[in-house]
Design a protein around this ligand. Structure first.
Ligand SMILES: Nc1nc2c(ncn2[C@@H]2O[C@H](COP(=O)(O)OP(=O)(O)O)[C@@H](O)[C@H]2O)c(=O)[nH]1
Ligand SMILES: [Mg+2]
Ligand SMILES: [Zn+2]
Length: 313
């Protein structure tokens, strides 16, 4: 690194200028060196929150610095720039964990949605923790359903937590999980992502409730994320774009390998190129019939193979 540059963490982007948090906690406003814009990238933005960057500070505090280098990413999440385009927008990078906020109702989170998220996170190398929120309003049936899902997903190695921002269930545990980590909140609009963050870090005063939901629904405008520093250590990103990131970029014949419980069976299928759909001698289908693979998981697999798109929300 040159003498005159300093390194920091990109915590906010507007597409035009950026906020970089330096090691001493100070925050510098920066522009981007021209060379990054002209590179032939498939993504519409060269830097994203979570990027480790080298900056050349401005002459004085009032002058913006310049981002001159971007560190290698350990992972990143993307969304398609628009529904039809092949270019994508990098939402965030260097994520330690995604917290997938799930609600059995208000709004309903389907197993299809959960699985789709888990499979893309797996493909993008991002660990996921399942957060079952709004436990204060579960019906007895919903409580049983949540317990069933927690058992199901724990068999595949996923941890989960039950939370409520109303009666504070699970909030201490959530704080512990987030301490010192870069986390992103994901899940349907209205599941309580912002409310959970506010409960842990009230000073952030993130907007919650229906106004923002209505406003964001169905819009395909570019989403710029912001990473909030947490007073107990770590960062959190709460952005509407983080739902089923990048699923479209996963090859169909790779999808099965991202289902952990399918993985060991794949070499037992009769045909080496088995798609686990209608082929005879399919070890995956056999495991479904014998109850070793949950029906809901296989349904999710079929849905992903058929290329069904999910709603935005
Ligand atoms: N009953 C109940 N409501 C909650 C809980 N968490 C959030 N909410 C409410 O759910 C609505 C949506 O929350 P919000 O944080 O904006 O959801 P987001 O779109 O995922 O960020 C708001 O009206 C919150 O007050 C919870 O644990 N229990
Ligand atoms: Mg929100
Ligand atoms: Zn098969």
């Amino acid at each position: 690194m040159e003498e005159s540059t300093r390194s920091g963490l990109l915590i906010k982007s507007t597409g035009k200028w950026y906020l970089v948090r330096m090691e001493d906690g100070s925050i510098l406003r920066c522009g981007l060196a021209g060379k990054f814009r002209t590179q032939g990238l498939r993504s519409t933005n060269p830097v994203a929150v979570g990027d480790r960057v080298c900056i050349k500070p401005g002459r004085d505090n009032a002058t913006p610095g310049t981002i001159v280098a971007i560190g290698e990413r350990k992972n990143h999440i993307v969304r398609k720039a628009t529904r039809l385009s092949s270019s994508h927008h990098v939402i965030a990078s260097n994520i330690d964990q995604a917290l997938l906020v799930i609600t059995p109702s208000q709004p309903r989170t389907s197993t299809g949605f959960i699985d789709r998220f888990l499979i893309s996170a797996n493909a993008f190398d991002i660990p996921v923790i399942l957060i079952f929120n709004k436990s204060d309003i579960y019906t007895p049936d919903e409580t049983l359903f949540v317990q069933h899902l927690m058992r199901l997903y724990s068999q595949m190695g996923y941890s989960s937590l039950v939370t409520s921002t109303i009666n504070h269930t699970g909030l201490d545990e959530l704080k512990t999980l987030m301490t010192g980590k870069i986390s992103v909140m994901a899940g349907h609009s209205g599941a309580g992502k912002s409310a959970l963050i506010n409960a842990l870090e009230p000073s952030l005063k993130l907007q919650t409730g229906s106004i923002s939901q209505y406003h964001l629904k169905g819009k395909h405008t570019t989403t710029f994320a912001e990473m909030h520093p947490l007073s107990f250590g770590g960062f959190i990103t709460d952005t509407p774009g983080i739902k089923e990131f990048g699923i479209s970029s996963i090859e169909k014949n790779e999808i099965a390998s991202y289902f952990p419980e399918f993985f060991n069976l794949l070499q037992n299928c009769r045909f080496y190129n088995c798609q686990h759909l209608h082929e005879p001698g399919c070890a995956v289908k056999q495991a479904v019939e014998q109850g070793e693979i949950a029906e809901s998981r296989y349904m999710s697999y079929l849905s992903m193979m058929s290329g069904e798109e999910f709603d935005e929300d």
